[in-house]
Design a protein around this ligand. Structure first.
Ligand SMILES: Cc1cc2nc3c(=O)[nH]c(=O)nc-3n(C[C@H](O)[C@H](O)[C@H](O)COP(=O)(O)O)c2cc1C
Length: 193
């Protein structure tokens, strides 16, 4: 099988998901849909059920959206504002007032919650693109995010272009590279003399 072909049998929500870099500026995400995305995150698994996540959700046209857009980088500023909603994804990193980790899996769990959001979006007919291209510190200051929380990533959700020609093109490492074997481990081990 060609490395970039998707294996038959992969669930359509996973097989058809991709991250567009353009969104329809006329399309609106309904408030109920935005709420469902957060509901999808709410039901994600997390270490010890610690649920170390929070989300700042702005719908295009509202004040939160305007405040989020202010802190986009030049690159994301070209496409993210036209998505129906922008979400800042926050991880609960530390116990307040200490340098103790709230959970050693906080970022792992946040990522998993965001993955749930993207698949729920796909089920709603919405596309998602997660991104790092924004000013984390400025966004944290804008929304008074305290030091024990981390503004980790953002996501844009909206109506993307037709699926036939994903842009940018989607590429993946072959499945054989993902499966860790003893021989791969031996190759990757750095032997000292
Ligand atoms: C944590 C994270 C950070 C990302 N940051 C950016 C970004 O700053 N700008 C961007 O255009 N895409 C960003 N992406 C999107 C990835 O480039 C995209 O998911 C990847 O190329 C795979 O494409 P696909 O989602 O269409 O399969 C990010 C994705 C993740 C998960």
């Amino acid at each position: 099988m060609d490395d970039d072909l998707i294996m038959p049998g992969l669930h359509p929500l996973l097989a058809t998901r991709w991250s567009p870099a353009t969104f329809d500026p006329a399309h609106e995400v309904e408030a109920a849909q935005a709420e469902l995305l957060v509901e999808a995150a709410r039901w994600a698994p997390s270490a010890g059920n610690s649920q170390p996540w929070a989300f700042i959700v702005g719908r295009r046209g509202d004040d939160t959206h305007r405040r989020l857009v202010r802190h986009l980088a030049a690159s994301s500023g070209r496409w993210a504002p036209s998505a129906g909603i922008l979400v800042a994804n926050l991880a609960h990193r530390y116990v307040e007032g200490t340098d103790w980790e709230y959970s050693e899996f906080a970022q792992y769990d946040l990522g998993q919650a965001v993955a749930h959001m993207t698949i729920q979006a796909q089920a709603l007919g919405l596309s998602a693109r997660q991104f790092r291209a924004f000013d984390r510190d400025a966004l944290a200051a804008e929304f008074d995010v305290p030091g024990h929380w981390e503004v980790t990533t953002m996501s844009a959700f909206g109506r993307g272009p037709a699926r036939e020609n994903p842009e940018p093109a989607r590429e993946r490492r072959p499945i054989g590279e993902l499966l860790w074997t003893d021989s791969q481990a031996a190759q990757k081990t750095v032997h000292s003399p």
